[in-house]
Design a protein around this ligand. Structure first.
Ligand code: GLU
Length: 438
């Protein structure tokens, strides 16, 4: 039986505080809690209760013996949301493209349920400050966790961004889950060609129902950056744990470095482009960023998906490389140890991969610093086998770049030339001393 039918038949409403009696291993067990609205995973035959301790549990309705209402949900006023607010002529236009993740959701304070929030009016209620900065329109493109993103999603986002930028927006913001935001920002950095306006990815480490949420300030800073002079793909997130400033990181140099801290995002081997203060001040930390210009952006979306990212670890088997080659992978990015190494007994497999036309690139799992494969014999052997050393590129940036490069050419010499050419700030000419752990 469908959950909606079950609620109707039992005369239950979302938000009712109830006691559910459930048959559990032949015994009767009681749970007290608030009935949550059905969401993606609870669709079908599961009743979701928010327990007094704040946790949600799902109870299969087949196992429910009885439901007793303790307190009815308070009636909520009907709210109709408009898609756009009144336009202020003096302000620039910005579109927020929703793709999912914590930032793209709103909390129903009565039930504690998380919904995607994406009309301008809902945002205006949640973060009214952004409407003082720009005429913000919203577009919910999809609503997925970022761990579920695939290259086809990057392409869809890129086309949506281009559409808005080429039809008058001064900047675009992409609300995105934080887990794989760095991959998407790298992909957009390579795919959006002739970019003349800011493209900002923003997320939240803590959902908007929590007092410590970073969602509102990140969105305010993202909006400020979206109307700024910097015409690059950037990630805007908290710069430190307090609500003092956000940082705008270059899309190819940024990484999520902490599972839960609000200042989880860091520029690696590079300094961020700007600091953005809640009062609206933007302090540019460097001068060498692409400036806003009048230009039509276009999407170069050719990606070769048969590319893998392989981390080296003591005990790794060269079978992993053999498997990828046998399965027709066109490119492999190795996240090597130290200066860019892999075990000696893997070299024959790597050599075979290259001989059979698979491109093999080397990055470092140290993340900080630059690969240098001339220092040790192992590195030299790998170079001799034809491995491409990827300078100071992040492993995930090199992975995305190799997909993009192989989408354009499969000629090994051209691939090498393109992998080592700097397209979007992914390679710095030398590693600045002051870029470590800031
Ligand atoms: N893991 C999810 C994601 O990256 C949710 C967390 C978040 O939005 O940061 O989409």
């Amino acid at each position: 039986m469908e959950i909606k039918k079950f609620l109707e038949e039992k005369n239950l409403n979302i938000g009712d505080y109830v006691e559910v009696t459930k048959i559990e291993d032949g015994d009767l067990v009681k749970y007290k809690g608030i009935i949550m609205p059905p969401y993606e995973l609870s669709e079908g035959d599961t009743l979701v209760l928010k327990l007094d301790n704040g946790y949600n549990i799902g109870i299969s309705i087949e196992k429910i013996k009885d439901v007793r209402v303790i307190e009815r949900a308070k009636a909520k006023p009907e709210v109709h949301f408009k898609a756009e607010l009144e336009k202020k002529e003096e302000l620039p236009d910005v579109t927020i493209i929703g793709t999912g993740g914590t930032i793209a959701s709103r909390i129903d304070y009565e039930t504690g349920a998380v919904y995607p929030a994406f009309t301008a009016e809902e945002l205006a209620k949640a973060v009214p400050e952004i409407f003082e900065i720009a005429n913000v329109k919203t577009k919910l493109l999809f609503n997925i966790f970022s761990e579920d993103m695939k290259p086809k999603h990057w392409i869809k986002i890129a086309h949506e961004v281009a559409k808005h930028l080429n039809s008058g927006d001064e900047g675009v913001i992409i609300a995105h889950g934080t887990d794989t935001m760095g991959y998407t920002s790298a992909a957009l950095s390579f795919m959006l060609r002739n970019l003349g306006k800011p493209v900002i990815l923003v997320g939240a480490q803590r959902s908007s129902d929590r007092p410590s949420s970073d969602a509102a300030m990140n969105l305010i800073c993202a909006t400020r950056m979206a109307v700024s002079e910097a015409a690059e793909v950037m990630v805007v997130m908290h710069g430190e744990t307090g609500d003092t400033y956000c940082l705008a990181h270059r899309g190819t140099k940024v990484r999520k470095m902490h599972t839960s801290r609000r200042d989880a995002f860091r520029s690696i081997n590079d300094i961020p482009i700007a600091k953005i203060f809640p009062d609206g001040r933007i302090e540019f930390l460097r001068k060498d960023f692409r400036k806003r210009k009048n230009s039509e952006v276009w999407v170069d979306d050719k990606l070769e998906e048969k590319v893998a990212l392989v981390k080296i670890y003591p005990g790794i088997s060269s079978e992993i490389i053999d498997f990828l080659v046998d399965r027709g992978y066109r490119g492999i990015v190795i996240e090597g140890t130290g200066l860019g190494h892999a075990p000696n007994d893997m070299i024959p497999s790597i050599q075979r991969a290259i001989e059979e036309g698979t491109i093999v690139c080397m990055t470092s799992q140290c993340l900080y610093g630059r690969v240098n494969m001339n220092v040790y014999a192992t590195g030299r052997r790998l170079l001799k086998a034809g491995v491409i050393p990827c300078e100071d590129m992040l492993p995930e940036t090199a992975y995305v770049k190799l997909m993009w490069v192989l989408g354009h050419t499969q000629d090994p010499n051209e691939v090498r030339e393109m992998m080592l050419r700097n397209y979007a700030g992914e390679i710095t000419p030398y590693t600045r001393f002051d870029t470590y752990l800031i």
